[in-house]
Design a protein. Structure first.
Lengths: 263, 152, 784
């Protein structure tokens, strides 16, 4: 790691001030992505602003929606019986992120803010039409992810919570990278307000909704509806672990498996 | 900067660099070298300790983040004369060879048993995905965790 | 008393575990010296480049930086090259060509990660900052990455035309050609044995210390064989004479071959400790381990098996290109030759075999021994071919093996590839494996998988290995640079406890337990009274360390020879006490007794008497009770067995799942079955890893693509099943314990079994390793 100033924020406002006054500040939540990046000297921030202690960014609120505080860990989401009762697909998704130790530290806010193309939460954010609340505004989930590691967040903006509508039905299926255990592809299929939505992560530069799969499933959520369906692999990621073509195939297979869970 | 942590029941107030990692504090400042470093991408799990009761990778926690926390390391769970049931199970089941992954593996396994009511073999294998071992092929580690499950 | 609970054959819980499970193990990185500095190496970012200049001025300005050394500094100080310890001759009689291998590159670099300098500073942070401040002028050259075409690519080393280190052969070429001419059927395969990166969980490390008062250098390092480390550093690199160089390998966190070798880093660290008169510490980051630990395997092979119509093997022809990487690592040359070609007979009576191996250099990390070293590659060739032949002749894969096995009454059996197997019963292991695997029930299981839209396959591997390295006479005649015996010292202390000092080294194998079992059994004393010391050239005479499944077969034999001497001396002491002759004294279960009398002395009494030498006839009987032995084996040992793997393949995704894995191995007599099973488990996991997960990949520019656990796929707990492990026993005929060695068997046998199962499931002849889900998915498509 390069040297930096570690600043522990005591409020969202103070965090934003610290960031605004830093030469090159970054926010630190759980640190599951940022700290490895710092350790490898791939980033050299002047200030690391730890928002991890901010109580008002924690917690879970399950009512008409599932509202998850930005600092809520994956483990806490996975373990919450309230979340499981309301939105089991999200519990399943959280339970499959990283490994146990990562889930004990990693947070939903950190995950979403990072827009890692292989992160799990983004599939749920776009599929369920979640709202990303920040210290400045609320952003529709479907508009949130812009590109590889690029989101709608402005400089210094802090995610405070992510709010998911409760769908009639939803399920998540993930095909993990055998080495890193990130998603090679992850697919969430949901029925929200009578509309079938399919959120895909891992396949492209950032999470997206699959028009092809949504069209195929519009007539009904059945595995058979996906028979013979294929999706274009044109802009998909291609690496050592999976070609774009294989990813495109896996997206359909994972969609089938998610739909099968709904039956 | 100054941090205060409780480690294995003893409180320490230390002046550390802003970029110090928890594992560096444990190993280099407190001499607790049972916690190991096996990778630089936060994946091998050799450095797992408990922070406020949960298993974390101490190589991926800044000292500042651990300020005020309760930390338990492999040195804090049992002694040679009075082993923790997980330590005892690892010995009894030959769940270690070179011993390098062992402290992290044991700390991970304890958290796994504590947070999961009904562990079967598959759940143990899934639950240990954050800990690499190159010696045992995991066979005896899985046996040990299942054995300790019944004694914890 | 000899104790059936702790003696030879008992599943004794390990003595060393007490420290490992409490966090009290002491690894190299746990060692700190007062006033120590930290080393960070300058590593080449390019696969091939010349170095125009190295500007260290800015680095020296970084606060805390004590020195920046480059390759030229070592050369100027008379530091020699890192040698390769095995001279292989080409088939035309010429010596292999060994390019210069300076510990720190001087004017050119030849692989990404090659060290060319070292920055030493008061803190690790300062050393890292210093390393970043060094400005190096590289002139990048095209990299030679593909080994299959390396002989036609740019010449990497000035003295090595066509990048060829040697062109070696073994066996009878004419007889093999004749066998193929007479064959009814020829099975052939093109095989790539994928490059692996060893990944012991403890990264390599070194702490160098120089004591100016005595002139003694002490190197703590992660070595599998500290004496060899000392020998090379003294005799070849010339850091210091052996008498003033102590090498200590404390607890070492796994090796698997990668810590046999003498590397640049510890060389530079111990040298610099002398230059700066200050302790220096280095610990590899994992990313450095990926780049600069010696890798394993990496062969390209064409193999053919000639058969008669009834499935009898007539001849085997193998041509292999072996990737050496950029330089010859310590034992690199021996791996694809004497540890590979010599194993091509497998368990079979193949009458004619010819093996040709060309070793080529590329701009990649050096390749050397990795668990099994040559023998997994040989087994993979033979066992994939045998399975292929069975399929092509529509024979049951177990039956074609049975038909060709060397039979128990054929031993000793001289193979056409220079080895003489002493003993074995291959059908016994095969039969037991078939039973454990419920081979009869396989077709029903396959049908059930297919009914679910999946595929299922079963695969065999009846491997043999030559281990217990090695008879020095044989090794030296074939080009080894050192003898391969082992030493042991049994030091009986005054009150009867015993200190055992071995030249073997444990980095997970449990010597502190098994060696204590052997000694307690042989001397009839409690295992608690035996302490095993290893890993310190300051405490043991000499030793060759641990690799090649040699510790119990060679080191344990040395130990046995030493305890025999202890008993003989004890008898003399007792005879003196009883005023009789030693041929009247018996020794059993820790008691020396006079035949035809009721007089006896316990082992502890004899120990005490030996140090209280009242009236000893000093010209015949020296005081004390401490004996040493050097044991040089008469032959290799030949563990063998059959592994059976059953896989299911997800018909939609191609994901392979190992449903069952059976390993039945013949290790001869077993000292501690618990430890032996553990060794097998670990080996199997590595063998499975090679087949399904692991691959060291360089891109065309020679950059390592799989440089971290994000991309190099290590087997995790949920990638492997619980294993079914069993043994058969034919005792080794030529060592005193009848033992063979078990450390590598799992890794040697497993890979072929897995790939035979995967190809069986898919109905394809061959498939590249690792058989990833995508590779399999594509094969599913092409297989219809």
């Amino acid at each position: 790691m390069y040297q930096f100033n570690y600043r522990k924020a005591s409020s969202v406002e103070q965090a934003a001030d610290l960031r605004a006054n830093a030469d090159d500040g970054v926010y630190l939540a759980g640190g599951m992505t940022l700290i490895p990046t710092l350790k490898q000297r791939l980033a050299a921030p002047s200030d690391v602003i730890d928002v991890g202690g901010l109580d008002d960014l924690g917690g879970l609120d399950v009512g008409a929606t599932v509202r998850i505080g930005a600092l809520t860990t994956h483990a806490d989401v996975a373990a919450s019986s309230e979340v499981r009762n309301a939105l089991a697909a999200l519990s399943d998704l959280a339970e499959g992120i990283g490994d146990a130790h990562v889930r004990n530290r990693g947070t939903i806010g950190g995950s979403v803010a990072n827009s890692d193309p292989a992160a799990d939460y983004p599939a749920a954010v776009v599929a369920l039409g979640a709202t990303v609340h920040t210290n400045r505004r609320s952003i529709a989930g479907v508009d949130f992810f812009r590109d590889l590691f690029e989101t709608a967040l402005e400089e210094g903006e802090i995610i405070t919570s992510v709010e998911f509508p409760i769908p009639a039905r939803a399920a998540y299926a993930k095909f993990p990278n055998p080495a890193s255990r990130y998603a090679i592809v992850g697919v969430m299929v949901a029925e929200v307000d009578g509309t079938v939505c399919v959120g895909v992560t891992g396949a492209g530069p950032c999470a997206f909704r699959s028009a092809e799969l949504e069209a195929a499933l519009a007539g009904g959520l059945s595995v058979a509806a996906l028979d013979g369906v294929s999706i274009p692999s044109g802009n998909f990621n291609s690496d050592l672990h999976a070609s774009a073509e294989y990813r495109a195939h896996l997206v359909v297979v994972m969609a089938r498996r998610a739909v099968a869970q709904l039956a | 900067m100054e941090v205060t942590l409780s480690v294995n029941g003893t409180s320490h107030t230390l002046d550390v660099p802003d970029n110090a990692l928890l594992v560096e504090v444990l190993r280099e400042r407190l001499g607790l070298t049972g916690t190991h470093v096996g990778c630089d991408t936060s994946q091998c799990g050799a450095c797992v300790v408990h922070m406020d009761g949960r298993a974390v990778k101490s190589c991926t926690v800044l000292a500042g983040q651990a300020d005020g926390a309760d930390v338990t390391t492999i040195e804090g769970i049992g002694t040679a004369d009075e082993l923790h049931p997980m330590q005892e199970a690892f010995r009894e089941c030959h769940a270690l060879q070179c011993g390098f992954c062992t402290p992290g593996m044991i700390m991970a396994a304890i958290d796994l048993v504590q947070t999961n009511g009904n562990l079967d073999e598959q759940a143990v294998r899934d639950g240990l995905e954050g800990n690499l071992c190159r010696c045992t092929g995991y066979h005896n580690i899985v046996r040990a965790v299942l054995a300790a499950r019944d004694n914890m | 008393m000899a104790d059936t609970q702790t003696g030879i054959g008992a599943a004794v819980r390990r003595k060393e575990d007490a420290r490992f499970i409490t966090g009290a193990g002491r690894y190299t990185d746990d060692i700190d010296q007062a006033g120590q500095a930290y080393a960070v190496f300058l590593r080449s970012p390019h696969a091939r480049a010349t170095i125009g200049g190295i500007d260290r001025a800015a680095a020296l300005q970084v606060s805390g930086v004590a020195a920046v050394y480059t390759g030229a500094d070592l050369v100027a100080d008379g530091i020699g090259d890192l040698p390769c310890g095995w001279l292989v001759k080409s088939k035309d009689g010429s010596d292999m060509i060994q390019p210069p291998h300076p510990p720190l590159a001087v004017d050119r670099v030849n692989y990404v990660g090659e060290p060319y300098g070292v920055v030493i500073a008061d803190t690790l942070q300062a050393a890292r900052d210093g390393a970043e401040a060094v400005v190096t002028d590289f002139n990048e050259l095209p990299a030679v990455v593909d080994v299959a075409t390396a002989d036609q690519a740019d010449q990497i080393h000035e003295p090595v035309p066509n990048n060829q280190c040697y062109d070696w052969e073994l066996g009878d070429s004419a007889a093999t050609d004749a066998a193929f001419a007479a064959a009814d059927h020829v099975a052939s395969l093109d095989i790539v044995n994928n490059r692996l990166i060893p990944n012991a969980m403890e990264p390599r490390a070194a702490v160098g210390d120089y004591d100016a008062a005595s002139g003694v250098y002490t190197l703590y390092t992660t070595s599998q064989n500290p004496h060899l480390e000392r020998l090379v550093l003294a005799a070849f690199v010339q850091v210091a004479p052996e008498s003033r160089l102590r090498v200590v390998s404390p607890d070492v966190g796994g090796g698997f071959g990668s810590k046999i070798f003498v590397y640049a880093e510890e060389t530079a660290v111990i040298w610099a400790a002398g230059k700066l008169r200050r302790p220096i510490k280095w610990r590899a980051e994992r990313s450095e381990s990926f780049l600069a630990d010696a890798h394993g395997r990496d062969h390209v092979t064409k193999a053919e098996l000639a058969l008669s119509a009834d499935g009898t093997f007539l001849g085997l022809r193998v041509n292999t290109i072996a990737n050496m990487g950029a330089y010859l690592s310590t034992f690199a040359s021996s791996v694809p030759t004497y540890l590979y070609g010599t194993l091509m007979a497998g368990q079979y009576k193949t009458p004619a075999i010819h093996v040709g191996v060309r070793a080529l250099f590329t701009n990649t990390a050096p390749v050397d021994a990795y668990r099994g070293a040559g023998r997994p590659e040989a087994t993979y060739v033979v066992e994939r071919l045998v399975e292929t032949a069975a399929r092509e002749l529509s024979m049951d894969p177990s039956e074609i093996r049975r038909r060709n096995f060397i039979q128990p009454d054929d031993f000793p059996y001289e193979t056409p590839v220079a080895l003489t197997y002493d003993t074995g019963d291959y059908e016994a292991s095969l039969d037991k494996a078939l039973q454990h695997a419920d081979y009869q029930g396989f077709s029903a299981r396959r049908a059930a998988s297919e009914a679910n839209g999946n595929r299922r396959g079963i695969g065999f591997s009846s491997y043999i290995e030559a281990c217990g390295l090695a008879p020095s006479q044989v090794a030296l005649s074939l080009g080894a640079g050192v003898g391969l015996f082992e030493s042991a010292e049994v030091r009986v202390n005054v009150t009867g406890s015993v200190t055992v000092i071995t030249g073997s080294h444990s980095h997970g194998q449990g010597h502190e337990t098994t060696f204590a079992q052997v000694v307690s059994d042989q001397l009839g004393i409690s295992i608690d009274d035996v302490e095993v010391v290893h890993g310190d050239t300051g405490r043991s005479d000499y030793g060759l360390g641990t690799y090649g499944s040699r510790s119990i077969a060679v080191g344990g034999s040395a130990l046995t020879r030493a305890t025999e001497k202890i008993v003989a001396k004890g008898k003399k002491i007792v005879a003196h006490n009883f005023e009789t002759t030693d041929d009247n004294i018996d020794f059993e279960d820790g008691v020396f007794s006079e035949r035809e009398s009721n007089r006896s002395m316990t082992f502890a009494e004899v120990a005490f008497a030996s140090y209280v030498p009242a009236n000893f006839p000093l010209d015949e009987l020296e005081p004390g009770l401490s004996e040493k032995a050097f044991y040089d084996p008469g032959n290799f040992t030949y563990p063998a067995g059959t592994h059976v793997c059953e896989v299911e393949i997800d018909g939609e995704t191609g994901v392979p799942t190992i449903m069952a894995f059976v390993a039945v191995d013949d290790f001869g007599h077993v000292i501690n079955p618990m430890i032996v099973e553990g060794q097998v488990h670990g080996g199997l996991c590595q063998g499975i890893g090679q087949a399904l997960l692991e691959h060291g990949v360089y891109d065309e520019a020679g950059q390592l693509v799989t440089g971290s656990y994000m991309d190099y796929c290590m087997p995790r707990a949920d990638d492997v099943p619980s294993f079914t492990v069993d043994t058969t026993v034919t005792p080794c005929t030529h060592n005193p314990l009848g033992v063979k060695g078990c450390g590598e068997a799992g890794a040697i046998g497993a890979t072929a079994a897995v790939m035979n199962a995967v190809t069986d499931a898919l109905g394809v002849k061959s498939l590249a390793m690792p058989a990833t889900s995508e590779t399999i998915w594509k094969a599913l498509g092409s297989a219809g």
